[in-house]
Structure formats: C-alpha cells, structure tokens
Design a protein around this ligand. Sequence first.
Ligand code: BG6
Length: 479
Amino acid sequence: MTKLRKDFLWGGATAANQFEGAWNVDGKGDSVSDHCTGGSFTNPKRVTVDIEPETFYPSQDAIDFYHHYKEDIKLFAEMGFKCFRFSIAWTRIFPTGMEKEPNEKGLQFYDNVIDECLKYGIEPLITISHYEMPYALVEKYNGWYGRELIDYFMNYVKTIFDRYKGKVKYWLTFNEINAGTMTMGATLSLGTIKGYEGPMIRVPDEKAIRFQALHHQFVASALTVKYAHDNYPEYKIGNMICFLSSYPFTCNPDDVVANQKEMQIKNWFCSDVQCRGYYPSYMNRYFEENGIVIRKEEGDDEILKNGTVDFYTFSYYMTSCTSTDPNAKTVAGNITGGARNPYLEASDWGWQIDPKGLRWTLNEIWDRYQKPLMVVENGLGAKDVLEEDGSIHDSYRIDYLRKHIEQMEEAVADGVDLMGYTPWGCIDLVSASTGEMAKRYGMIYVSKYDDGTGDYSRKKKDSFFWYKKVIESNGEDLG
Ligand code: BG6
C-alpha cells in the first residue's frame, strides 16, 4: 500500500481561547470567548455583555498554556511531534482590534512559543483567527458583519506575518470558516451582535447577517493570501473547513438531492470561494430563496480571484445523514447534527463516529480541488478517569484515532495528497461547543475541572505512549 510521505506532519492542534488562559495578562484585551460562560451538553453556554463576578468563564484561565508553554511543548516533542497547530489571540496583539500599534508583550509571547517549537524541530502551523475576536469589535461593529473588520484584521495579519517571518511557514486564515453558515457556529466564528446576552446558539441567527459577515471574511482571507504571496513567497496559506460530511438517509432521490444541497451550503460553498476564487453558481438560488443580497464592493471579485489558498485543511469528527422524512431520528454533532445513521455508534456527546467517512471525505475534497490536504482536527471528546496512581487508560481514544489513521492511509493509497495530521486537543482543553473541561480530547491530561478547580498539573494518558509509537513508525505501527 502507498505509504505516508516521509515529511508527513504529525502533530496536534489547539486554539488560544481554549487553552492559553491569562485572559487579562500582559495587556491582552477581552475576546468574545472571554464573555462565554461554562455550559454542558444540555445547558448551553451563554454570552454576557459584562463579566459577572460570580459566574465561571472557562476560557479566561483555560489550562493556562500561557504559563506552561515550555512544559507542554516539551511533552509534544517527547511524543515526536513534527508540527504543532495553535492560534494567535488577536487580542494579545491588538487588545481592542483597533489600535494602530501592536502590544509588544503579546508579540513576545508568540516569539517564545514559536522559538520553543523550533528548538525541538516542531513546525508551527498557525491559525490566525480561531473562534475569537476582540469583544470591542462586537460592540462597535457587530463582529464580522461590519466591513471595517477587514482593515483591522489586515493590520493584525501584516503585523504577525512581518514579525514571524523566517520562522513560520504554514498559516490558516479562519478556523472552520463555514461555521458562519450555521447558527451555532456563527457566534463562535463571526462574533455576536452588540449588546446581545443569552444562549450562544441563538446569535446571530439571521441568514442575511451571517452571509454578509462571511463575505467580509472571504475578502479578508483572500487579502491575507495575496499579502503573503506578494511579500513572503515561502509562506503557505491554507483555509480551514469544519467538514460535515453527510449521506442521503435513503436512496430516495428526494433524500439524495436534499443531501447534495446540505453538502453544498455547509461544506462546499466556503471551500469553493477560497479554492476557486469565486462564488459558486448554486448559491444564487439559495440566496434568492432566502432573501439574501450580498453587498459587495467594487474590486471584491478581483480580490477573491487573486487570493485562493495554497492548501486545504479541515476538521473531521463525525458524519450524519440527510432525510426528507420529518419523523427521522436526529443526532447531535459538531456545530450541527442531522439524521441518525443506524450503522454508526456515537460518542457520549452524540457525535457519530465514522472512520470510513474520512476516507470518503478526503477523496471527495481531493478530486474537487487537487490541492494538498491536511486533517488539522480529529479526535474523541470523552470523559477520562484519572486513576489513583496517576494513569489514564483511554483505550477508547486510541481506538478512535487508530481507525481514523487507517482510513487516512487508505485515502493516500487512493491517490490523495495528504500533508499531515494534527488531532484536536492533543492536550485537554476547554470544549468550544459546551465550555466544559469534562469533554476531554487530549493525550495529555490536565488537572482542571468544570467548577474551576484543579492544579493545572499535566499527566500522560495511554494514548500519549501509543501516539509516540505511531509517529516514530510514520503511521505503520498502529497497534
Ligand atoms: C472544532 C473546533 O469544531 O471542534 C474546535 O475548531 C473545537 O475549536 C473542536 O474545540 C471540538 O469541539 P468541542 O465542541 O467538542 O470542543
């Protein structure tokens, strides 16, 4: 069977707002995520305008990577990481997003993180915007709905591109940009609406607002690519899609067509704009039927055309089905669920586990764009048990990862050009959807709990030792 490339980028993935903590340290400003309370599967997290003194905001301290980065990167190196995906918190660099000059202490922190990675030969893969933005931009412009954000974002992008040149090669513009097509994801990725308080999943729920905000992100993403290509030809800029593969629930043509629409709106729309450089024609009908008119400025189409990404990255956790039967059983999922697939098992949070779907997805994306691909998130959110002797036996996680890696290897044998794999939350961190610590993904356990207690100590899970072997053997020893 065709093997993975010799320079395959094995590693792990994180995001600033879910693991750095230190939310108001060294000049950092408030991010949207700092205004999100804790929650659970059944009790959605809330957005609050003011920080309520008695309420727990899990991102504010998270797992305190800010003060543990040396220890954590050392552990990643011990596992043999070739690559580490993390994001920069915009608010560390520009606390309100609107300053002209950056916050030097914020820049220095990422100097340190990057240098620490390079010390161990770990390639940084940086997400420029991962589910957070300066809260001040929400108050002033309603998040990405305001076109003004493009200029502020570009100021941030130019600052970090110029600062980290010669050290960082791989960059991703917006994490899961297609989250903006769905109500729940929109709050995370587009920001909220000025003055809004309440459950995170409800804002911004107006399609017209969401798709306009997305347009601004597309333009910002394309300008980022152009700036990199013009100034730093060694940079490779990728997109990042929350890939929500779905299958028609039955072979009834109604289900098949409905599923095609789902795939178009949820997955292909954003991918097509970022990879092909223009809005796909199937969106015209969708916009018309939903009363959406995208306000474009002169020159926007040209910007999109000149800013297509160099490589394609995506997250993959689960799949679902599309059914036209209103009585079909439904399931939860990453950002959104769908009809239940009777052939699949689900995680404790209801996400249906589908390793073979990853092979199918990789083939679909590769066939469509022929750009190098990378799976930059994948993993199992589960409740772990910390034994008295400090061990954590997470065989369920090993099983999940093993089966997905097997299918990645099948896809490579099918001819897919796959650059790397960075499973999500290589170290336990705060859940994006529920705000919980109990939903753990890591190979490294962190003593931090949903009531805010914990001493932040780190412990190696069984999956730590297993993943080390996988990397050492370049994916051949999955035992
Ligand atoms: C992805 C996000 O959707 O899924 C991450 O990019 C997120 O930020 C991950 O943490 C897992 O989702 P959750 O809700 O289980 O944390």
